[in-house]
Design a protein around this ligand. Sequence first.
Ligand SMILES: [Fe+2]
Length: 381
Amino acid sequence: MKNAQTPQLPVKPLLVSSVTTLKVVARKLPKKLPVLLLGFIFSTIISLHNPLSAQRTQKSNENVVNIYSYRQEFLIRPLLDAFTKKTGIDTRVVFLKKGMLERLKSEGRNSPADVVLTVDVSRFRDLKEAGVLQKIRSGTVNRNIPTKYRDPEGMWIALTTRARIIYASEERVKDGEILTYEELADPKWRGRICTRSGYHVYNIALITSLIAHHGEQATEKWLTGLKNNLARKPQGNDRAQVKAIKEGLCDISIGNSYYYGKMLFNDKNPEQKAWAKSVKLIFPNQANRGTHMNISGAALTRYAPHKKNAIKFIDYLSSDEAQFIYGEVNFEFPVKSSVNKPSKIKELASNFKEDNLPLQEIMDNYKKAVILLDKVKFDEL
Ligand SMILES: [Fe+2]
């Protein structure tokens, strides 16, 4: 995930608004009101504004679902609005850039969060292992989401998939010149490949898939070959690599599929349209195992104070309508094969072969991938 929004930490803004409220209340109070009464009023106001005590009152009173999200607001806002319109349940979101797991752990049973939204299967594994999730018991979810996109113990579900593909210069790379991940290590690409850090979850997941298919030793060799082919030290995000191709710094990069759509249809930053137009998309390994896929998804927190609403929200996210919106807004692929792919996605990739490696295997090889990255000093150029 990239470009997550600045965290909207509820504590600070709420305290600021408490101070403002206190000042207003203080001006209106009779001058001789006993200090104790003042203290009572103030502490009541503060407790109402405290997210943790607020959460306790919400349990029974408020028709809301609280969400911690690593996904950006522009992406999930259409889903939140559609959900509220449909159910009358309000949504409150804390957009986080990092630290979601630490936050949930430190908040413990006082956490106001009901649902978490994030990307990458390893992040779900970490949340599950830390014991901050609970089983999603929903017939709707079980009907909507294929088994392979659900945690075997029901602790999280995938909502969309994304392919990790090769971006290649339209001008400098011939059609068919590179067709597989394995070829990224071919010496003919010496000094011509750009990538973000090897340690980013997107790249780690790709490496885990190579470990699963070829074993650790072969993957180490591949990683060394890829490192030797880099045009520069790993840096930036997936889109920055495509920009580098446009600028002639390199000819090939590795990136998630939806970034192509995010660049090509980017009216806010129209310069990115030119980046997208400078590249062709290669969905690797079509002649054998298929292209490496990862997921975005949702989970129910262990102490969800609004569990019923949370399940309704997750049910909604698994619906055809929500799956379609995800694709339309972020160019991701719905996990439900019955959902029509949004028109813009169809332009990106019609039918390509996906690597059906179980998500569990990606999670299992995660640590091995990090060890290999350390061993070849991938990010040190
Ligand atoms: Fe991303």
